[in-house]
Design a protein around this ligand. Structure first.
Ligand code: ATP
Length: 285
């Protein structure tokens, strides 16, 4: 793939450039000059039993921006993403060293309430996973668990988040129908609304569009672009054009290591590392 092809893709959305040209690599990161840091990892190692999956990952992700994690299969992207809201805790035999900070607070500190953390750092999965309930009840589920019982308050949350997730117009007349009757793309936007309903500040997305057709993918990308005005988004994607289109910063992982991290534009147009260049030009992976 030609590097200037990426420049064309990026330039489509140049109206909203990243404020933080973070150029850190593993073990050497440059502090963000303008935007506030929302999520940071310092020298993060991660193990599945005896298998070390991440090696010394240091990265700073600015607030209200999109950071894409790219790299070949098995390089540790999803593992890294899942450490950011302690999703890996539920896998037996895992171990982590180093620091993960959200709003400058250690999310592995003993006093941290993991349920609260996962509300603040929400997650959208590769395969949409609506509950076998109505559209309304899917979105209202989290707020109800959080103690909100009033119908008018729930109605407001359902309306607001379905609108934010760009699916309101398609479902407003059938809020009581089963969520399972929606198309794959609609289900994924519903799952994004469900995540928004618990008031997250950070949204982790693990290949949110990989199971969708091009039109649905494009809607999800547009949505990500809108959501970053209010949320910090970290997205795993196999699709480099997608990374180039939606993200401000991109991190390239290889064999559990962070090879290069910088603004999406610089990483795709003037990669500093040969491995990055080989990957984005399709020479491997
Ligand atoms: N639950 C698990 N138990 C043991 N090893 C795992 C587990 N999940 C992932 N791994 C291993 O950790 C390494 C990193 O996997 P991970 O899924 O994070 O990579 P990835 O870059 O997200 O891959 P892909 O793009 O294929 O989803 C791989 O060697 C994988 O086999």
């Amino acid at each position: 793939m030609e590097l200037n092809a990426f420049e064309n893709l990026i330039s489509k959305r140049d109206g909203d450039p990243p404020e933080t040209p973070n150029t850190g690599t593993a073990g050497s990161k440059t502090p963000a000059p303008k935007a506030l840091t929302k999520v940071e990892t310092r020298n993060l190692d991660f193990y599945y039993g005896p298998l070390q999956a991440l090696f010394g990952i240091s990265m700073v992700m600015p607030e209200k921006s999109v950071t894409a994690l790219i790299g070949p299969s098995g390089c540790g992207k999803s593992t890294y993403l899942r450490t950011l809201n302690r999703m890996n805790d539920i896998i037996e035999g895992t171990r982590i060293t180093g620091d993960i900070l959200v709003d400058n607070e250690d999310i592995y500190a003993s006093q941290v309430d993991v349920v609260e953390l996962r509300k603040k750092v929400g997650m959208v999965f590769q395969k949409s996973n609506p509950f076998p309930k109505s559209i309304y009840d899917n979105v209202a589920f989290g707020p109800r668990i959080g103690g909100i019982k009033g119908k008018s308050q729930l109605d407001e949350i359902v309306h607001r988040t379905l609108k934010q997730a760009a699916i309101w117009d398609e479902v407003k007349d059938r809020l009581n129908s089963s969520a399972l009757a929606l198309s794959g793309g609609q289900q994924q936007r519903l799952c994004i609304a469900r995540t928004l309903a618990t008031n997250p500040e950070v949204i982790l997305m693990d290949e949110p569009a990989s199971a969708l057709d091009p039109a649905s993918t494009s809607r999800i990308e547009d949505l990500i672009f809108e959501l970053k005005k209010d949320y910090t988004i970290i997205i795993v994607t196999h699709n480099m054009q997608q990374a180039a289109r939606v993200s401000d910063c991109t991190a390239f992982f290889f064999q559990g290591r962070l090879i290069e991290f910088g603004t999406t534009k610089s990483l795709f147009t003037t990669p500093r590392e040969k491995q990055t260049e080989d990957y984005i030009t399709g020479r491997f992976g």
